[in-house]
Design a protein around this ligand. Structure first.
Ligand code: SF4
Length: 311
């Protein structure tokens, strides 16, 4: 562990790829089985119109065009030479296998060192995993599968209408590992239906499953979501910023120090949200959290024993 209180993603990227690497978000015409009635209707209660992708170009452009445009801009602006092609919005494995293969192949370029694919734990086929394993080996490229989980509490999974179980996540993680791909797990640390025990259990579960990366964020309210309705009807009360920081520190304490933290606090565009991060900049919250950890001489994995059990 460096002087950072947790395993910082930018440091890992530099160590792994030898230089700074930039993520290029890609938009493809997919939806989500939890929105169209296949797994569930209406989607997760917090899911906004963009399905978690906020900085993408139009899905009407081909994958190669989106990469070309963004790499030309970012490469010039930041003198960047290596990139991650990031299939970000909705469930990027929810499509025909032939389309999936075509889009992934289009993302392969000499300056793309990794392909990252965001999806649901119950929405990835063996055929897709086999294909990705072949691409990884043929092209000597890293491939990461990002899975939304958000909580390990089964009751909360139902309340937020995730439409999958914890077992779905565990099975998906096992299959991703078998295919020798990297994995990233998304967690919301301040779900009001979860308590601190659930946050602890989340850290233990991700450590046991060997998630390579984790992305955390607070529960923000996007416009035109069921969560917005519940919030306005006072059916849900959000936790405070201090409570979020407490939970994030607890989560980090019990998390395997090998797991790389891609994000500790997220953000949603102002124009799409009713309330995000207590109307505070995400970086101020991150600074506050880091300052507290340093002050308390605390760090990721300080209570991780390798033998922690879920309670
Ligand atoms: S799984 Fe993702 S895209 Fe689908 S409804 Fe939930 S948040 Fe939205």
């Amino acid at each position: 562990m460096t002087e950072n209180p947790y395993h910082i993603y930018s440091v890992w990227l530099k160590e792994h790829y030898g230089e700074k690497v930039y993520k290029i978000p890609i938009n493809i015409p997919v939806s989500c089985p939890n929105r169209d009635g296949t797994k569930g209707a209406g989607g997760c209660i917090y899911c906004g119109a963009k399905g978690g992708g906020n900085e993408t170009l139009s899905g009407l452009l081909s994958v190669s065009e989106q990469l070309e445009r963004n790499i030309a801009y970012i490469g010039k602006r930041y003198h960047a030479k290596k990139f991650i092609a990031y299939f970000q919005s909705f469930s990027n494995t929810y499509c025909d296998f032939s389309d999936f293969c075509k889009w992934i192949r289009e993302a392969i370029r000499p300056d793309v060192v990794e392909i990252s694919i965001s999806t649901r734990p119950d929405c990835i086929t063996d055929e897709q995993l086999k294909f990705l394993e072949t691409i990884k080996n043929e092209q000597a490229i890293e491939i990461t599968i990002e899975l939304g989980l958000q909580t390990v509490n089964e009751e909360t999974l139902k309340i937020i209408n995730r439409g999958h179980t914890l077992a779905d996540y565990q099975q998906a993680m096992g299959r991703i590992k078998e295919a020798s791909l990297l994995s990233c797990t998304h967690m919301i640390l301040d779900l009001p239906w979860d308590d601190k025990e659930d946050v602890y259990n989340g850290a233990v579960m991700l450590s046991q499953q060997g998630s390579d990366f984790v992305k955390c964020h607070s529960l923000y309210i996007e416009k035109n979501t069921l969560l917005q309705e519940w919030y306005e009807q006072k059916k849900v009360t959000l936790l405070t910023k201090d409570e979020y920081i407490d939970r994030a520190i607890l989560f980090l304490e019990y998390l395997d120090p090998q797991i790389v933290i891609q994000r500790l606090i997220g953000r949603a565009p102002k124009e799409d949200s009713v309330i995000t991060n207590w109307n505070t900049s995400w970086w101020k919250i991150k600074d506050e959290l880091e300052a507290r950890m340093k002050q308390e001489n605390n760090y990721q994995g300080s209570k991780f024993s390798g033998m922690n059990k879920m309670r």
